[in-house]
Write a protein that binds this ligand. Structure first.
Ligand SMILES: [Zn+2]
Length: 202
């Protein structure tokens, strides 16, 4: 899978209504966790965040919220934000408008409501964006760690974060089964490296 640590260069122009980074933020960072909740990963993340008094935003899949409602409840109870990441992790570049919107709405109707949305794979077509943007604040990112990429070592993923994070960055991590082992190595180090920053939810 090809991806860059920063969003594709045209995203900030094409999707200027979306969130990428908060330049005005005063020593603040925004951790985001996609694709959960997953037992053994999401609960570990929540414990880790609690230790550092950090708040974050979880872009949950509707199907996982339905499968593990107790984890979703814990995310909310501990003061974190949640966002729609579709029900089934639909790639907007691979499906038409109707099918895409159906999966966005399924997450809202069958799993949970939210005012935030992140497109799976960061892939969304302009018409899909326009429709989603009416009901949600669309959140892209400023830094991708690459923890979902099994060809990268945890050290490489950590370095992506350390080298690219700047004040106000929205950082993408994954509380998924696949990313779990890497996440468990790098999240404590990220929280430690930026201990003079406030970690906020969106
Ligand atoms: Zn995802």
């Amino acid at each position: 899978m090809v991806y860059t640590i920063r969003p594709p260069f045209f995203y900030r122009l094409l999707y200027s209504d979306a969130f990428f980074r908060f330049k005005q933020a005063n020593k603040k960072l925004f951790l985001t966790f996609d694709d959960g909740p997953i037992p053994g990963v999401t609960d570990w993340v929540l414990d880790e965040l609690k230790k550092h008094n950090a708040k974050a935003t979880f872009f949950c899949l509707g199907k996982n919220v339905k499968a593990y409602p107790y984890l979703f409840d814990r995310i909310k109870a501990e003061g974190h934000a949640v966002g729609n990441h579709t029900y089934n992790h639909t790639n907007g570049w691979k499906v038409g408008f109707k099918e895409y919107m159906k999966d966005v709405e399924k997450c809202a109707n069958e799993a949970f409501e939210s005012s935030l949305f992140r497109p799976p794979y960061g892939k969304i077509k302009p018409l899909q964006f326009k429709a989603v943007n009416k009901s949600y604040k669309v959140v892209f990112w400023d830094v991708i760690a690459g923890d979902f990429d099994l060809s990268k070592t945890p050290e490489q993923c950590l370095n992506n974060v350390l080298n690219y994070t700047r004040n106000g960055s929205i950082i993408v991590l994954h509380d998924s089964k696949k990313a779990g082992p890497t996440l468990k190595e790098i999240l404590p180090k990220i929280l430690e490296a930026y201990s003079d920053y406030t970690f906020s939810k969106l």
